[in-house]
Design a protein around this ligand. Structure first.
Ligand SMILES: [Zn+2]
Length: 267
């Protein structure tokens, strides 16, 4: 075994090594994100970079139990298209692309798949894909956003009020400051929240209003920010990153051992 062959990076294995990895039933982790505007102070890779960093950190904690796939770096986000640079994928292409990936790994013998998301608006589509894949491909596929695993840590860290942790906000900026500080344009950091006040609808990583609605982003944000990144610190990012990676590693351990119980046909 070379160092490369014991890697947890899916694409670094050879096909005979892949056959062994499938026999060992390593958990497939597929990071998904989005290439989209994140205000004047953060690059377009925020959702991809943060999600991949969390997946990488978790995989390092359980390297022999997991295979980390090449990421899917484009997402469902046409509502951001008024800001230069954003790349939007249609919902049906997005779901079918995910299903094709899961179909492929299932064909190779893997049966546990985690879709780990970094972009809010992918959330419903990854859940559709995970549910459909589980019905179609003899796998168990689960889907979630990385910060959902550490929602208690997020709650404890945040100083922003409800509806102010949504996009290029205190949390995303803190994580970026911790993981890649040179990418943050500190002189451009500014808060913005022009959402219409509502009893029913707000956006927040900790839990949005129960009304499903997404208007064109440019109708309620001039800068592309929804939140208060002036509250971001490297220290908050470190705490949250560690919480996310540890929780994801714990999930991978549990998911790997989770038995797949047989179906029963009651016709
Ligand atoms: Zn984001």
């Amino acid at each position: 075994m070379t160092d490369e062959s014991s890697s947890y990076h899916y694409e670094r294995l050879t096909w005979p090594e892949m056959r062994e990895a499938a026999a060992a039933q390593r958990v497939i982790v597929l990071p998904v994100g989005s290439t989209e505007q994140h205000g004047p102070h953060l690059p377009l890779d925020v959702d991809n970079f943060l999600c991949q960093s969390v997946c990488e950190g978790a995989a390092k904690l359980v390297p022999d139990q997991v295979l980390l796939m090449p990421p899917m770096n484009y997402g469902f986000n046409w509502h951001h298209i008024d800001f230069p640079g954003t790349i939007g994928i249609a919902w049906d292409n997005y779901v079918r692309f995910l299903l094709d990936i899961v179909k492929s790994v299932a064909h190779h013998g893997f049966r546990k798949v985690l879709i780990v998301n970094g972009h809010g608006s992918n959330r419903t589509l990854i859940e559709v894909a995970a549910r459909q894949a589980t019905m179609d491909y003899d796998v168990v596929c689960a889907a979630f956003s990385y910060f959902e695993l550490a929602i208690d840590a997020l709650h404890n860290i945040r100083e922003s009020p409800k509806g102010w942790v949504a996009h290029a906000d205190e949390i995303e900026t803190s994580l970026y400051l911790y993981l890649r500080p040179e990418g943050v344009r500190r002189d451009k950091i500014a808060a913005e929240n022009n959402m219409l006040p509502s009893e029913f609808w707000w956006q927040d990583l900790e839990g949005s209003g129960r009304i499903g609605m997404m208007e064109w982003w440019s109708t309620f944000s001039n800068t592309g920010v929804l939140g208060d990144p002036t509250l971001a610190t490297r220290e908050k990012g470190e705490v949250l990153y560690k919480a996310c990676t540890e929780r994801l590693a714990a999930l991978i351990r549990e998911f790997k051992e989770r038995p797949m119980r047989p179906r029963v046909d009651h016709h």
